[in-house]
Design a protein around this ligand. Structure first.
Ligand code: E4P
Length: 216
């Protein structure tokens, strides 16, 4: 399973890359807004300098023509830019158009298996089911992921399943168990993957015993 960082923060992306855990990056308008008054295209370019894999840049137009215009423009930033389109009718029309022009599209804001099917039919390179946001409203995000993976296995569609809106390590572990192609997660979740109290306790004990033995 590939790991994408779900952030637009350059320091986090550099840290993720140095850990070997940044196979790609997903951004969205909210994540870009968190970075303050940055120039969008320059910021995406800066991310693409750090990460060789797919970097998602999201369109903000509502209509197909606007999305296509943005998609064509952003795809020129770097060869690894992927255009993120919302799972709306216009978003899918734009997905078809951009895909036919050879531009990879990540279809975002997917909350149902039916949406995942139409995104694949539109030629999406990636489908992003939002697990955490479904959990937030009392639905089962992991069940959605499982359904999409199962459905996609029936067909030769090329769309990669990108588990998104991951909030904690169990989301990551279960996504891996189900065979999701990619998991995108905030840096906080990457950090949580490393942590275990017995590792900390064991390391403290080893170092104390080493020091007690008089070795330097
Ligand atoms: C995915 O591409 C989205 O940017 C992201 O996973 C959304 O996560 P959130 O629900 O935690 O905002």
């Amino acid at each position: 399973m590939k790991f994408f960082l779900d952030t637009a923060n350059l320091n986090e992306i550099r840290e993720g890359a140095s850990l070997g855990l940044a196979d790609g990056v997903t951004t969205n308008p909210s994540l870009i807004a968190k970075e303050g008054d940055v120039d969008f295209k320059k910021h995406i370019a800066a991310i693409c300098e750090i990460v060789q894999g797919p970097v998602s840049a999201e369109v903000t137009s509502q209509d197909k023509d606007g999305m296509v215009r943005e998609g064509l423009e952003y795809s020129k930033i770097a060869p690894n830019v992927v255009i993120k389109c919302p799972l709306t009718r216009d978003g899918l029309k734009a997905t078809r158009h951009l895909t036919d022009e050879g531009i990879r599209v990540n279809v975002t804001l997917c909350f149902s298996p039916a949406q995942a099917i139409v995104a694949a039919k539109a030629g999406a390179a990636f489908i992003s089911p939002f697990l955490g946001r479904l959990d937030d409203i009392g639905e089962n995000g992991l069940l959605l992921l499982q359904n999409i993976i199962e459905i996609y296995q029936n067909y030769p569609w090329k769309t990669e399943v990108l588990a998104a809106s991951l909030r904690h390590p169990v989301h990551v572990i279960e996504a891996a168990r189900m065979g999701a192609d990619i998991a995108t997660m905030p840096f906080k979740v990457i950090d949580q993957l490393f942590n275990h109290p017995l590792t900390d306790k064991g390391q403290t004990q080893f170092l104390a015993d080493w020091a007690k033995s008089g070795r330097k």
